[in-house]
Design a protein around this ligand. Structure first.
Ligand code: GLA
Length: 369
């Protein structure tokens, strides 16, 4: 029985490079932000009743225990999906009150959903004597999103939220689930996130469609050279095999293989302090997501292009799933204010929407706070 309130936090993430590679068995390079979701949990008097409140959404839910596994098509599906992961593994839950508060922009490709899932997962784990490892919690959170929410996401977001480390990026091999924390020695530079504030519609279905297209590409290529996933083909091998693909399927696979190679190179560049090269790879990543993967939009392209031409910028790209959301820009610290002012104004004039900017602060992963 939980007598007092307990407090937890799970961060969002910014992906520095490597998008749409995670579910293709490739490399990603995200970092946890110091923005995320805070959760206070306490016991309810009624052991059969669960209460879910969010300061970011007026919809509040009172749910009886026997109805916890019903989907509500609302933000509460993230915690409900995670609770189901626990009960499916024989961990009982009884009468809790969940109070959420987040400081991440919602639905802006900075993993607000994964942070709700992960904060719920670390809380339930702590309340039950920590039966699961962080990796298991990450996998349960991803499974909740795939199975309960219906978004067929890869593992990057939940992993970054769980395994974040202050001032480090995470070089994660999504096939082997091996990772390394790479210190972000910024050498007078900053990562600035620009939020298009564009309302994203139908992201889940477009995202799931990209996944299906990659699967189709893999099935075709496998008839020629066996592989477990698209990222196992080297760019050279893919160059030879690509004659067997065409149209959108070819483009999706070409992005995947080239993006995986870029992440590999970007990690080495960062480790060698070659920030100029890192920036070039970010630009190439954006172009590939725009032209081959086709997940950018005019707002993202505008922000990335403006940034890439701005003095002091080494590189800029969209981050996350795309279709809206944010860009991330590597820029000299002393140019940040000018960048925010100029690009913000130009964006406002073009789209009549106000962009928001955040200088990324890289923080630790999920846990109690
Ligand atoms: C979303 C998904 C991730 C990943 C990115 C694109 O954030 O949740 O698993 O696929 O898109 O890189």
């Amino acid at each position: 029985m939980l007598q007092t309130e307990r407090h937890f936090f799970a961060p969002g993430r910014v992906n520095l490079i490597g998008d749409h590679t995670d579910y293709n068995g490739g490399l990603v390079f995200p970092a946890a932000l110091n923005m995320g979701t805070y959760l206070t949990v306490k016991q309810n008097d009624d052991a059969n009743l669960f209460r879910f409140i969010s300061e970011n959404d007026s919809a509040e839910f009172l749910i009886r225990k026997e109805e916890l596994s019903l989907k509500r098509n609302s933000w509460v599906d993230y915690p409900l999906g995670v609770i189901k992961e626990f009960t499916d593994r024989g961990i009982p839950v009884s009468g809790l009150q969940f109070h959420y508060r987040g400081d991440l922009p919602i639905g802006a490709a900075l993993s607000s959903s994964a942070s709700i899932e992960m904060v719920t997962a670390v809380a339930l784990n702590a309340l039950n004597g920590s039966p699961f490892t962080m990796l298991e919690l990450v996998q349960m959170a991803q499974h909740a999103e795939n199975d309960f929410v219906g978004m067929n996401c890869g593992i990057m977001d939940q992993f970054a939220s769980g395994f974040g480390k202050k001032d480090c990026a995470i070089a994660l091999d999504c096939n082997m689930l091996e990772y390394e924390h790479v210190p972000l020695e910024m050498r007078g530079l900053k990562f600035v996130i620009a939020n298009t504030n564009k309302k994203r519609g139908l992201v889940d279905s477009a995202y799931n469609q990209r996944r299906t297209e990659c699967q189709q590409a893999l099935e075709t290529l496998r008839q020629h050279v066996e592989a477990d996933n698209l990222c196992q083909y080297s760019p050279e091998q893919f160059g030879q095999l690509s004659v067997h693909l065409s149209g959108d399927i070819l483009k999706r696979a070409r992005h995947t293989v080239s993006e995986h190679a870029r992440v590999k190179e970007a990690i080495v560049a960062l480790e060698n302090g070659d920030m100029a090269r890192f920036g070039q790879l970010m630009n190439a990543s954006h172009a590939s997501l725009r032209d081959d993967y086709e997940v950018t939009c005019p707002e993202l392209d505008f922000l990335a292009k403006w940034a890439q031409q701005f003095p002091g910028v080494l590189g800029s790209r969209m981050t996350g799933a795309g279709f809206g959301g944010c860009t991330v820009t590597l820029i000299a610290e002393n140019q940040v204010d000018a960048f925010v002012g100029n690009v913000g104004t130009a964006y406002g004039q073009q789209f009549h929407i106000k962009a928001d900017f955040y200088v990324a602060e890289i923080g630790d992963g999920a846990g109690d706070r």
